[in-house]
Design a protein. Sequence first.
Length: 311
Amino acid sequence: MSKNKQEFNEIDLPGLALDLMLLGGQSFCWEKIGDNEYLGFDKDSLIELKYDGNKLYWQTYPELNNKTKIKQYFRLDTDHKPIHELIFADNNVKIAQQNLQTIRLLKQDFEIAFFSFIISQNNSLPIIRYRIKNLCQKFGNQIEYKGKIYHLFPSVESLMKASLAELSECKLGYRAKYVKSGAEFLAQNKAFYTLLKKADTKIEPVIREWLKEVNGIGDKVADCILVYGLGYDNIFPMDLWGRRLISKYYGLPEKAKYEHLRKWIKAHFRGYAAWAGQYLFEYTRLNWKDIKNESKKISNKPLKNRSSSHK
DNA sequence: CTCCAGGTACTAA
DNA sequence: TTAGTACCTGGA
C-alpha cells in the first residue's frame, strides 16, 4: 500500500546488489525479512530497508528519519564516478560488476566493525552472523519494534564487564578471549579514539599498528576494521579468498607474505583497492567452482592512467 | 567420520 | 625471520 510506503524515506540508488552488500562479507548485522526487505541494527537503532531496483526506501527506529545515519552508512557523500572509472578499467573487476550489479562500500560503526571482524576469523559467513547475534542477545540492549524484541550491538562497557565464561556462551570459541582483550583495549585507550577522529591516509599505518596490539587482531582483521569501520578506501583485506583471487587473476603466488600482497594490490588499484576488492571478493566466492578451473588469462598489467578531464 | 571456514598466536628451527 | 600447527564451533 502506498500508505505504508509513505512511512519510508527514499533515495535514488539504481542497480544495487543489496543482498551482497548487506548479507555478504561486509556487515553481519542484517537479516532479510522479505523480498527485497532488510532489517539491520547497530548500537542504538534498527534500520529497515526496502528496495525496488531503483529507489532505496529506509526508516530508522527508535529515532525516526535519521538521515545522518543513513548518509554515513551508505556513504552518500562519496562520489562514485572516479572510483568506478578507475576500478572498472581492470577487466576482472568489470566482469564482476557486470555479473553482480553495483556494490557500495558500507561505512559501519567503528566498534561494531572492530568486534565483528575479530569474531569473523576462521569462520564462514552464516556462522559469523549467528555468533554475533548470540553476542547481541546476551549483551546488547533490547528494542521493541512492531511487537517484537530485537537486540542491538553491545557497548564496549558491557563487553568489558563480561566474563570469559559468559562470552563463551555466545559460542565464540577461542575468539571469546579475543573479544575480551578487544573490549579492554578500547576501554583503556581513550587516546586511540582521538586518533581515530582525524583518520586520514597518513596515519593509516599508525592506526593499524594500534589495532594489531590487540590479542586476536592480525593483519587481515586489522585491514577489515580499517576498511569497513573507518572508511579507508585503498586496502584489500587479504583473506583466503583474497589470496585465491589475486593468484588466479593476477598471477601472484597464493602463499606470498601478507605484506607483499597488500602492497601489490594497493599499488594496482591506486586509491580504491577496497572497492575493487569487494567486487572481486563477492564475485569470486560465489562463482569459485567455475572460476577455479578456468584458464583465465592473467592480467598483471597496471591500470592505465586516466587523466580526470573534468567537463 | 573428516574437512573446512573472510586467521591468529605460539613454537621451534 | 620463517614455517608449521593448535584452536572453538557448526555445517557440508
